[in-house]
Design a protein. Sequence first.
Length: 315
Amino acid sequence: MVSIKQVNFRIPVEMDGEIEELSSEFGLSRSEVIRQALTLYLNIIGDIERLTNIRELSKEEMKVSQENIRDVHFINLDSFDISICISNTTSGGIGPKPHDKVDVDGEVVGSIIARTALIKMLSIKGMPTTIMLNFSNEYESTGKRVIKGVKSECKKVGIDNIVVGHSEENIETCQTGVTVTAIGILEKHDFLKPELSGGDKVICLGTPSVGNDILDIDLPQIEDIKLLNRLDEIKRTLPVGHYGVKKELEKHLENKNLIIDWLETDVDVRLSAGPSSAVIAIADPDIDIGSLSRRMRIPVNMVAEIKSTPDDKLE
């Protein structure tokens, strides 16, 4: 049982207004908004502390910028080449409720959705530190099962802290709804992107699937992304969602001086990949796909090759 202590403190009027807005938007008490904010802050600061001396920072010194790269949001502490990174995913209509379209235990839902948020962060070489979980169902039955699944994935990346934000205790629900947010740290030198160029191979790992079909296949797991991150031949890793392989790659290369030469394969590159049931890897031209396939536990298929245009470098 967690002991609770009452504290009093002063905050700026503007911040008080922001707390009130969050309280109204998410149906939380003001105290709960502040508690969650402090929990996240203390966890994040603890990890930044290991990378730099946070006590030496001041408002005058710190330069902060923000950007989105694919499905990850970055809060960049530019003065120190460190970023707080945030990835998010959601699931609806999948679970144990009577009107769910895909009937599956809540533990499976929690495992799949946590894995999806974590894969997004690991694909940009972020270090996950905290998971925040919200679900649109009651805590005692559905919520506890979902949390069990989330914890099983968090263990794989060493996350002990799971912030359970909100559950629905006022209305009886008939479908399962879950949102997971992963928060982590990234040292900027870990995110230096190698140039893409003509001849690079486009590899699909996993099988694009959605709905009930995801229960019948081997999904890309956290261990698979960690392996890809260790390989020098892999230049980019792109988790695929509802856009499908084709649109995901085209989005990544749009407005660039490179074109895609699609190959004839058994992979349906237009099909939704649901909760990251497939991952795109862009690799050096000399990668040994046979060797990669033997090291992976999921299907590995070359689906395209990147071709040069007159200016064939991607910054």
